[in-house]
Structures are given as structure tokens and as C-alpha cells.
Design a protein around this ligand. Structure first.
Ligand SMILES: Cc1cc2nc3c(=O)[nH]c(=O)nc-3n(C[C@H](O)[C@H](O)[C@H](O)COP(=O)(O)OP(=O)(O)OC[C@H]3O[C@@H](n4cnc5c(N)ncnc54)[C@H](O)[C@@H]3O)c2cc1C
Length: 379
């Protein structure tokens, strides 16, 4: 089989890359996914993802986030589905916190619509949150919740509508550049492509040996609780949130399923070498303790988790993603989105479309290159 471009992995980044390339009409593009389309094993699984533009991780990402926001709306328009629920994202912390400092710098530097809420305003406006004295909130008006599984499905469907070929339930075994093309061998066929986009998420260490020392697979929990008063946690009244107080970190989303609220602490599992090593359980005692802490922050919650899961993402040492062009411009690697990549995905897909048409996106920073990343053992 021949194609101008092959995309390996149709999860978050790969589905968006496929969509953005396919809608150009030319070049021809084929996507290969080891599971079915919008499966339940990827980093995108888990009902919702936070969208934010006032960014804890630093102002450098804001232009990419603003472009991503436009493209989320474009995907909504094309697919006829609501994917980004703009309910706002509320960051709660203290003015001296580094993360909140980055949030405030983002809104100021880029003129983002926002509201700063001092403790009394915060308590009055969002009584769902019990906050300590001195706590401050910043409401990112562009923020909200994304529907991840639906987004991946929409991007793949739209790519197909624009002419992309999708090979699902087919695993790529090797990628070999050479002689002016790239040979992609799957468990069913050989694809000869002019260019290849590799977007394998937590599986990246398996295929690309160069990534083994740059990435770890990080297990990430998600936990849902039932509130006693659901009407206080519906999207119209309860923005997505990130809270840092007294060394405790929680993030969450309003109720999307009509009975529970996602409220999750910072990751607490150790990184693992391979996606197959991600634990499938959370210790019962730890779950109980998380429930008690969650109820302290959001007193209306029933502290017993109603459901939960352990998911995963590939992390770099400094949490800066990998967007790397190699093999004389024939291979683009997208990896290491370190727990904050979902919201960026359509803009990353656009970077892939520029790569596919021989352009280098302005959104690629020098330290996104594999060679610029610290080796994971060195932290
Ligand atoms: C619990 C959790 C919460 C998160 N919260 C947020 C959030 O609120 N906001 C946010 O922006 N980000 C969030 N993230 C991060 C974000 O979801 C990830 O950064 C993003 O989904 C990573 O996308 P990816 O394309 O790298 O991986 P994936 O989406 O997993 O895609 C990789 C794909 O490649 C396929 N694949 C791998 N190897 C092969 C092969 N050899 N052949 C064929 N196919 C292959 C896989 O099956 C998979 O479909 C969160 C992540 C987790 C896990």
C-alpha cells in the first residue's frame, strides 16, 4: 500500500493530525490504529478533559491554546457535535503560588477574558468550594470541559469524510526511513509513505527506541463522587476547576453524566516502564482518604467514590511535549504530552498538517526536539 502520509496511532494527537491533513485534500493520508476507533485504552479515556487558556504550565503555551480553541470550534461545526463546553475553568490557590502566577501572567499578557475573585467573592459566587482564608480564584472564561472520546471519534469521522483511509485494529511493528520514503510495517501489510507522523502516546517507548530514555509512562487516576445536591454541580453553575491549597491538589469538572462529579487529586502512582505495567486498582484505604479530602474541599460530596479508574499518559522529565522532525524531514514524532495535551490536540494536528505539506509550524519550539529533552533518569 502507498500513501503520501501515514499517521501511526489514532488517539488524541493522531486523530487530529489525520483530520487536519485529510481536510487539505492533498496529500493522501492513511491512519493506522492498533485498537478500534475511539477505543477505551488510550490517554484520552475518561469522560472529560479540562480546557484552559490561563495556563498553570506557563504563558508559552497560550498561542497554541488559542489556536486550539478555534480548531475545537471548527471540529464542532464540522461534526455537528458539542465537544468543548465553555463553562469556564476556575483556578483556586494563593497569589504567591507559581501556578497561579502563571495563570495571572497568561491572562494579562494575552488579554484573556477572566475574573479575579478574592476570598469573599469566591465564597459567595461558588459556595460549592470550601476555601481557606486568603484563597484566590481566577476564572478563565474560555476554559471548560472537553468530551475526549467524542472528540477522537469526530476527528476520525471527519478525516474519513475528507478522504482519509483508516486501518483500525492493526498494529504498526516498525518504521524505517530510507531511500526517499518511509516503510511502515504493520501486522497485516507494508505501507510505503512519503512522510510519517508517529503519535503513539504511552506506547511510544516500544516503537521508538530513542524515546525510551526520554519518556516514562505515568499512571493517572480519575475519581467521581456523587454530590448530595446535583443542581449545584451542573455545568451552568459549576466551572471546571484546579485547586492547590495547603499542599493538596485537586482538579475536576462539573457533572456531565447527570449524577456524579469528577474530583481527582494529583497523580500518586510511581511511573512505570511500559503501558502494560499500569496498575488497574487504587488501594481502598487511599480511596477513602481521597474521599475525605475531596469532601473537605467540596463539602456537598458524598465521600464514597462512585466510580474511578487508573489511566495513563507518557511524561517527559520537564513535562514539555516532544514535537520532533527527523529523518531528513520524513518523520514527525508527537509524544510526551505529560498530562496536559488533550486541549492542545487540534493545534498539534495542524502542526502535523504543516509538516505534511513541507512547512515547519511557528508553534514548534526548539526545546520540543527529542535531543533537547532531559533524559528521564536525570530528572
Ligand atoms: C487521567 C488523565 C487526565 C488528563 N487530564 C487532562 C486534562 O484535563 N486536560 C488536558 O489537556 N490533558 C489532560 N490529560 C492529558 C491528555 O489526555 C494526553 O496528554 C493526551 O491524550 C495524549 O495523547 P496521545 O495522542 O499522546 O496518546 P493517545 O491518545 O493514547 O493516543 C495514542 C494512540 O496510539 C495508538 N498506538 C500506539 N502504538 C501503536 C502502534 N504500534 N500501532 C498502531 N497504533 C498504536 C494507541 O492505541 C492510541 O490510540 C489527561 C490524561 C489523563 C490520562
Amino acid at each position: 500500500m502507498r500513501a503520501d502520509v501515514a499517521v501511526i496511532g489514532l488517539g488524541t494527537m493522531g486523530s487530529m493530525a489525520l483530520w487536519r491533513i485529510a481536510r487539505l485534500g492533498e496529500p493522501s493520508v492513511v491512519g493506522v490504529e492498533q485498537y478500534g476507533v475511539a477505543h477505551s485504552h488510550g490517554s484520552f479515556t475518561g469522560e472529560s478533559r479540562l480546557f484552559r487558556t490561563a495556563y498553570h504550565e506557563g504563558t508559552r503555551y497560550v498561542p497554541t491554546l488559542l489556536r486550539a480553541r478555534e480548531l475545537w470550534h471548527e471540529l464542532e461545526a464540522e461534526s455537528g457535535r458539542r465537544l468543548l463546553l465553555q463553562v469556564g475553568t476556575l483556578s483556586i490557590g494563593h497569589e504567591s503560588d507559581t501556578d497561579l502566577g502563571n495563570v495571572l501572567a497568561s491572562v494579562r499578557e494575552f488579554g484573556l477574558p477572566h475574573e479575579v475573585l478574592r476570598t469573599a467573592d469566591l465564597r459567595e459566587r461558588y459556595p460549592q468550594h470550601a476555601v481557606g482564608d486568603g484563597a484566590m480564584g481566577v476564572l478563565d472564561v474560555y476554559g471548560g470541559g472537553l468530551r475526549p472520546e467524542l472528540s477522537v471519534l469526530s476527528a476520525v469521522e471527519q478525516a474519513q469524510a475528507h478522504g482519509a483511509t483508516v486501518l483500525a485494529n492493526e498494529r504498526v511493528l516498525s518504521v524505517e526511513p530510507g531511500g526517499g520514503s518511509v516503510t511502515v510495517t504493520t501486522d497485516r501489510r507494508v505501507i510505503t509513505a512519503g512522510r510519517v507522523v508517529i503519535a503513539e502516546g504511552s506506547w511510544s517507548r516500544r516503537l521508538s527506541s530513542g524515546l525510551a530514555s526520554t519518556l516514562v509512562v505515568q499512571p493517572l487516576p480519575l475519581i467521581w463522587f456523587m454530590p448530595h445536591h446535583l443542581d449545584r454541580f451542573v455545568p451552568e453553575r459549576f466551572p471546571a476547576f484546579i485547586r492547590d491549597e495547603g499542599g493538596v491538589h485537586f482538579f475536576g469538572a462539573p457533572s456531565f453524566d447527570g449524577y456524579s462529579v469528577k474530583v481527582t487529586p494529583r497523580r500518586f502512582h510511581d511511573p512505570v516502564a511500559d503501558v502494560a505495567d499500569v496498575p488497574s486498582v487504587i488501594d481502598a484505604e487511599r480511596l477513602r482518604a481521597i474521599g475525605v479530602a475531596a469532601q473537605r474541599f467540596l463539602p456537598d460530596l458524598n465521600p464514597e467514590p462512585v466510580h474511578w479508574g487508573v489511566f495513563h499518559d507518557a511524561f517527559t522529565a520537564n513535562h514539555v511535549p516532544i514535537v520532533d522532525i527527523a529523518a531528513d524531514g520524513a518523520v514527525l514524532t508527537l509524544a510526551g504530552f505529560s498530562g496536559h495535551g488533550f486541549k492542545l490536540a487540534p493545534a498539534i494536528g495542524e502542526i502535523a498538517a504543516e509538516f505534511a505539506t513541507d512547512r515547519v509550524s511557528e508553534l514548534i519550539a526548539d526545546d520540543y526536539a527529542i535531543a533537547a529533552h532531559p533524559r528521564i533518569a536525570e530528572g
